[in-house]
Design a protein around this ligand. Structure first.
Ligand code: SAH
Ligand code: SF4
Ligand code: F3S
Length: 450
């Protein structure tokens, strides 16, 4: 008998990507093999995102197709995981009765158990609030160079637009010991770069007992302490992390990043809006002045650091002047990249029921104008790389031109370079090389290996 095959489609953020790798690990332990073709699969898993309505709707259109296939092939197993699964729970089973399993993000590590219930003939919904146990299976990671490491799950913030706290649950930090152990394991498998993950990574440690490893005497460990604690793992060359929240961002963290050679000079700090009243209505807990000070503090010690962010336009009640303050902030800071989005009302969030919602026309107009500013700034920021020598870590070939390798600068700019080393790509992957930049584009660079 040929092995059973699974197919995973992942929507949403890095947390979901990391979760998908863990679920793929569980499936491979069960004897399943990966297929890129959904038609070949015996098990299809959608790991879903609910951050905006269009992300959610995309899932339903995929599901509609698979539900039809399932009616022709009852042996197909259909799983919906992730944030839409958590948001909808059993309602999703009613909406798409062909589904076998609906599971929230806190149940990722239980995929094996949940599937045995399915194979015993049950339709299962696992969306109750749960403590996330340490995973005993090995994730099936997509990269052989760079790996995600969860450090804190969930989010305790109450941003009035955001679905994440209700779908990802309360904050839960992993202990510094298990995080370090995972990183050591990755290093011994040849990984060179890690990205530490948390929705609000600055909150790391708040829920752990005081006086543990890595913490100051009698105090609680913080994210900055964690960086010092894991920094010396041999074999790991680069450490990245996301996402920072301006409310909690500390000068100690800036110092750690400047001081620790493996921590890359890239700060992803969403600001969401450049207007103080909108920030207040969003319940973000900072002003644009505070945000600007953070960036000034970073640039005072790391002038070349990349600064990236997220922003929302057309939040309920946002006036033209308030929107312009967001554009102004983008222009003043000079971001390397800003992920922009038009406000989308999410079920169960406070702002969704406010009466001052803006029209679709205003949303798309402001989004377009902000994107224009973002692209101009990115292009401007890229200019500083022209003619420079940059260190890139090689991750793969350039999919559009196999003669070129693809890597990233420490500041997370994608860079391509012709492979003039005479070495095979397999020998180059994971290596850090210097390239001289010959061409700059807003979001990527081209160079020659020195
Ligand atoms: N924890 C991170 C971001 C998490 S969600 C933070 O606090 O910054 C990723 C991004 O999606 C957010 O930064 C925000 O810009 C966007 N987003 C979240 N909810 C949204 C909504 N209802 N409508 C539009 N964009 C939203
Ligand atoms: Fe959402 Fe705010 Fe939490 Fe970020 S900090 S995940 S925007 S609630
Ligand atoms: Fe989406 Fe869930 Fe991430 S809603 S952005 S996949 S936390």
């Amino acid at each position: 008998m040929t092995a059973h095959k699974y197919h995973i489609v992942t929507f949403g953020c890095q947390m979901n990507k990391a979760d998908s790798e863990r679920m793929a690990g569980v499936l491979e332990d069960m004897g399943y093999q990966l297929t890129e073709e959904s038609e070949e699969a015996d098990l299809i898993l959608y790991n879903t995102c609910s951050i905006r309505d269009n992300a959610e709707q995309k899932v339903y259109s995929y599901l509609g197709r698979q539900a039809k296939r399932k009616r022709e092939n009852p042996n197909l197993t259909l799983v919906v995981a992730g944030c839409v699964a958590q948001q909808e729970g059993e309602a999703l089973l009613r909406r798409v009765p062909e589904l076998d399993l609906v599971m929230g993000p806190q149940h990722v590590n239980r995929l094996g158990d949940l599937l045995s219930q399915v194979f015993n003939g049950n339709q299962v919904a696992a969306t109750e609030e749960a403590y996330i146990e340490e995973d005993i299976t090995t994730p099936r990671r997509n990269s052989t160079v760079s790996a995600w490491v969860n450090v804190i799950y969930g989010c305790n913030e109450n941003c009035t637009y955001c679905i994440v706290p209700s779908v990802r649950g309360r904050e839960q930090s992993r202990t510094p010991e298990v995080i370090r152990k995972e990183i050591e394991g990755l290093a011994s498998q040849g990984y060179k770069e890690i990205t530490l993950l948390g929705q609000n990574i600055d909150a790391y440690g708040r829920d752990l007992p005081a006086g543990g490893i890595g913490a100051g005497v009698g105090g609680k460990i913080t994210f900055t302490d964690l960086l010092y604690y894991v920094h010396d793992v041999e074999g790991i060359d680069r450490i990245r992390y996301a996402t920072s929240h301006p409310r909690y961002f500390s000068s100690r963290l800036i110092k750690a990043c400047a001081e620790l050679p493996k921590v890359c000079e890239h700060f992803h700090i969403p600001f969401q809006s450049g207007d103080n009243d909108i920030l207040k209505a969003m319940a973000r807990g900072y002003t644009h002045e505070r945000y600007r000070r953070i960036i000034d503090d970073i640039r005072a010690v790391m002038p070349d650091a990349a600064i990236t962010a997220d922003a929302i336009v057309a939040f309920p009640g946002e006036t033209e002047e308030q929107f312009e303050r967001t554009v102004q902030l983008v222009n003043d800071i000079g971001f390397d990249l800003v992920n922009t989005a038009a406000y989308s009302p999410r079920p169960g969030t406070p702002a969704a029921v406010w009466e001052n919602q803006l029209s679709e026309e205003i949303k798309s107009d402001r989004l377009q104008r902000l994107n224009h500013a973002v692209n101009q700034n990115a292009a401007l920021r890229s200019q500083r790389y022209a003619g420079r020598i940059e260190e890139i870590m090689i991750e793969s070939t350039n999919h559009k031109d196999p003669r070129q390798v693809m890597g990233r600068t420490r500041t997370n700019r994608i860079a391509f370079a012709e492979n003039t080393t005479g070495k095979l790509l397999t020998e180059l992957i994971g290596q850090t090389v210097s390239i001289k930049i010959t061409e700059v584009r807003p979001f990527s660079l081209t160079g020659v290996i020195c």
